[in-house]
Write a protein that binds this ligand. Structure first.
Ligand SMILES: *Cc1c(COP(=O)(O)O)cnc(C)c1O
Length: 420
């Protein structure tokens, strides 16, 4: 399989059935039911290892972006493999702490940090709070003063770089809500650097997600390295530049830069500054490490010889297709030998956008057949909801040839426990 080129783990066709690290997906579905997320621990380790190897020649830190997938078991695999974390909320900080991370392992990002989130991050003493505005720097400083401590902060800069990704996951244009404009950053950073309650430790940038080219990342890196140089002239010295996440994965076999190429491109820009290089990959670590198993609940003809294949999972379990028009490969975990037909693969939710794939060529599956939606490890479970009162799916980790449930399926009592 070209998708798995470069690492000998993950999801693939082994003989006549799809497997995860050698375990048949049909066996997992039979045991735990569907919908179910299945993760490959080996793939997570492999991807993290590829990033570590890529950056090995230069001082660096890899902070896995928890928002991609913060299942505790996933986070524990990341931690055991040496990855640090990027949290986007107080909830993600709590998950990181429960997974065993120390505050110094955590950077906190987020365009709208609440007073409670700022207070918690300052009290814990996280490695860096990536501040989004001068107002937020004021609020962080006020908390630090009240707590008689010094808060470590970085400034998120909006480099005004076009990322060539989907508009909903591009963040680095001046019209986007993230960070402070590059033109205003020097003055804001200089002020922050002069405050006794703040240790100004870094500059932060994140231009987009699912990027398939390195040029926007190079441009963003050059912008913050240039800013760091200007700040040095102003006698404000930072420890690191945090270049965010954003490296894409091959959802449809498209060419994607390797972790080595990605690291080499960033190191080339940052090396002359001598600054430590921080990155926050999310999707590139866990995207290919997960699949959503779902069962066919109905098959019905539509006009023009096409078929609807209706699944027991939809946008409530995996929102990316409905939200971004995202493409995911869809396969029968036990492929049939019949000729493929054209299928619209749809979910059961009462929304016309609840479609996983249009015009997919599949052997017409039988009702009850299990289908795997591949490359669903990132922004899959993390974005799942109770819409239509669907239960959050069961999640399974495959590790070293064995598998275990790492989140049980939600019950209706779980859903109603917070309601009157
Ligand atoms: C979403 C996000 C990431 C992770 O992005 P990926 O595309 O999953 O690598 C990293 N940093 C920040 C600030 C983010 O918002």
């Amino acid at each position: 399989m070209p998708y798995n080129a470069g690492f000998m783990c993950g999801f693939g066709l082994t003989g006549s059935a799809w497997t995860c690290d050698g375990v048949p997906l049909s066996a997992i579905a039979a045991a735990v039911g569907t919908p179910a997320y299945v993760y490959s621990a080996a793939t997570i380790r492999d991807r993290l290892g590829a990033f570590s190897a890529g950056f090995a020649s230069y001082p660096h830190a890899i902070h896995y972006a928890l928002k991609a997938n913060s299942n505790l078991a996933v986070v524990r695999v990341v931690r055991a493999a040496g990855g640090l974390v990027d949290a986007n909320s107080g909830g993600e900080i709590d998950v990181a702490l429960r997974a065993g991370y120390a505050p110094g392992d955590i950077v906190l990002t987020g365009v709208g940090k609440t007073p409670a989130e700022i207070d918690r991050a300052v009290a814990l003493g996280v490695k860096a709070i990536n501040a989004e505005s001068s107002g937020e720097l004021d609020r962080i400083a006020a908390v630090a003063r009240a707590r008689q401590t010094i808060a470590r902060v970085a400034l998120r800069v909006n480099p005004d770089v076009a990322a060539d990704s989907h508009p909903h996951i591009s963040t680095g244009l001046s019209t986007h809500k993230f960070g402070v404009p590059i033109g205003a950053a020097r003055a804001i950073a200089r002020q922050a650097g002069a405050r006794g309650e703040l240790a100004f430790v870094g500059l932060h940038v994140h231009v987009a997600s699912q990027m398939l080219g390195l040029e926007p990342l190079r441009q963003a890196a050059a912008a913050v390295v240039g800013l760091a140089r200007e700040l040095r002239d102003d006698h404000v010295t930072v420890e690191h530049v945090d270049l965010g996440g954003g490296l894409g994965i091959a959802y449809d076999g498209e060419p994607v830069p390797s972790a080595d190429q990605y690291a080499a491109a960033l190191i080339e820009v940052v090396r002359p500054s001598g600054l430590t290089l921080v990155v926050e990959p999310g999707r590139a670590i866990v995207g290919a490490a997960g699949a959503l198993l779902t069962s066919v609940v109905d098959v019905k003809p539509q006009s023009g010889g096409k078929w609807f294949v209706v699944l027991d999972a939809g946008m409530s379990e995996l929102m990316r297709p409905a939200l971004y028009g995202a493409y995911h490969r869809i396969v029968l975990v036990e492929p049939r030998a019949t000729d493929p037909v054209s299928c619209d693969v749809v979910g059961p939710i009462c929304e016309s956008s609840d479609v996983f794939g249009v015009d997919r060529r599949l052997p017409l599956p039988a009702v009850g057949a299990v289908v795997a939606v591949l490359d669903a490890g990132a922004y899959g479970s993390a974005m799942a909801s109770n819409y239509n009162r669907h239960a959050l799916p069961v999640e399974v980790m495959v590790d070293a040839g064995a598998w275990r449930v790492v989140r049980r399926r939600q019950t209706i009592d779980d859903q109603l426990v917070c309601e009157e």
